[in-house]
Ligand binder design. Structure first.
Ligand SMILES: Cc1cc2nc3c(=O)[nH]c(=O)nc-3n(C[C@H](O)[C@H](O)[C@H](O)COP(=O)(O)OP(=O)(O)OC[C@H]3O[C@@H](n4cnc5c(N)ncnc54)[C@H](O)[C@@H]3O)c2cc1C
Length: 400
């Protein structure tokens, strides 16, 4: 089994000490797209990260993320997803590269339970196309699955997966092309807002700005504490696994879809991807799957613990039950962080007492990556025009 080893890059000395229109704290998932959208709208932008994203220490590692629109969590996410789908397409057009692989996704679970109920609710409200498979249809189209007859089987053809590392790299390149200054390996120790001006204190000097956008993932609480704001977030360690099935050719994209299963014996959901043929230490090859349920609380400043034996056993049982002949060879496993808000919905808002000059984007709770291009776009609007899109209202701080 590969183990994930942290390597920090040599730190460069930055001598610049400058004023910017907008500073973005964090250049991971949300910060990368936000730095592009703010710079593209003509603003002078400084974006800072303590590491060198993409990396394995935050919430974006593992190489891929599921994207789907029939959102079982809540239909209010669908308008945001409509914007995300448009902006993923735009990214692919600008960059002339595929990031979103439309493999389709099948939801398996019992009628009237969280997954199937939630998927149907969003699909009905927003006319999202789903195909219901009979037991026979499923055997014909996807014989790789072994699904209990009492389960419902719903295919969302426009769902699939997103590549994470290449997305972050692409947004960094585009942001730089638009004139943004991206400083990696630069830790922010603190920030403050006084006399209508933001100062950001880093280990390599201080910077000032008109606006600050906080996209700090699992480190958000620490940065808010320093500034006197308290928002309840719980960071948890999550695991994912890659297996080598007996016959890999049956599991490649377009022969095998992404999937979500609600198993009656476990809390949360299981989800997986088609077989990936190419691998690297950050995203190994293989058939990837994971358990979506909040794990053990984790301090992001400590090296993440490796996946546990009980997690491996659970995942193996799920494969044996639903996708036979795939669990014999575990190739790799890794850990990553969820930053959970108390209701598992994102938190996107202006911070109190900052005259709408400091914006918080956090609590992406294990389901944020698919929204990256939409969040980046809307955060840039919040900063530039001080207007929060109506699609973001349900994610406001006032709900707590
Ligand atoms: C196992 C797992 C599976 C997931 N599956 C899915 C999925 O299938 N679909 C989906 O849509 N989403 C999924 N997600 C969720 C998604 O990956 C996250 O919601 C998203 O990556 C969060 O992005 P972020 O920008 O908040 O955090 P990050 O990408 O971690 O970025 C935060 C950045 O801030 C930087 N930073 C923090 N503090 C400082 C500081 N003081 N100074 C400088 N820099 C700082 C960090 O170094 C980091 O680079 C999954 C997450 C995990 C862990």
């Amino acid at each position: 089994m590969d183990s994930f080893i942290l390597e920090r890059k040599e730190r460069a000395i930055i001598t610049l000490n400058k004023h910017y229109d907008i500073i973005i704290l964090g250049l991971g998932s949300m910060g990368s797209a936000t730095s592009y959208y703010t710079a593209r709208k003509g603003k002078s932008v400084l974006a800072l990260d303590q590491f060198h994203p993409p990396h394995r220490l935050g919430s974006h590692s593992g190489g891929s993320r599921i994207i789907r629109k029939a959102y079982f969590e809540h239909p209010d996410y669908v308008p945001l997803l409509n914007l995300a789908y448009t902006n993923w397409q735009e990214l692919e057009n600008i960059y002339n590269q595929k990031f979103f692989h439309k493999t389709g996704l099948i939801y398996f679970g019992k009628e009237n339970e969280l997954l199937i109920n939630g998927v149907q609710r969003s699909a009905n409200k927003y006319q999202i196309h789903l195909t219901e498979f009979s037991e026979e249809d499923l055997k014909q189209s996807y014989p790789q699955f072994n699904i209990p007859s009492e389960f419902t089987r719903l295919l969302e053809p426009d769902a699939g997966f997103i590549e994470t590392d290449t997305t972050i790299e692409a947004y960094h390149t585009l942001a730089k092309n638009e004139g943004a200054n991206l400083f990696t390996d630069t830790k922010v120790n603190d920030w403050d807002y006084q006399n209508n001006k933001i100062t950001v204190y880093t280990e390599k000097g201080n910077f000032t700005a008109e606006k600050l956008i906080l996209c700090a993932g699992a480190w958000t609480s620490a940065l808010l504490r320093e500034s006197g704001h308290v928002i309840k977030l719980n960071s948890t360690r999550q695991s994912f696994f890659w297996f080598e099935p007996d016959d890999t050719s049956n599991f490649i994209p377009h022969k095998f879809p992404c999937w979500n299963i609600q198993d009656p014996n476990y809390e949360g959901l299981f989800y997986g991807f088609p077989y990936k043929t190419e691998g690297n230490p950050n995203a190994p090859y293989g058939l990837k799957l994971a358990h979506h349920v909040a794990g053990k609380s984790a301090n992001p400043d400590n090296l993440l613990e490796e996946p546990k034996q009980f997690e491996k056993e659970t995942i193996t049982k799920i494969l044996d039950k639903y996708i036979p002949n795939t669990s014999k060879n575990l190739i790799a496993a890794g850990s990553c962080i969820y930053t959970n808000s108390s209701d598992e919905d994102f938190i996107i808002d202006y911070l109190d007492n900052t005259d709408k000059n400091v914006i918080l984007a956090c609590g992406f709770s294990g389901h944020g990556f698919k929204f990256v291009p939409a969040i980046g776009d809307l955060l840039s609007e919040m900063a530039i025009s001080k207007v929060k899109a109506k699609e973001l209202e349900f994610l406001s701080l006032s709900r707590f």
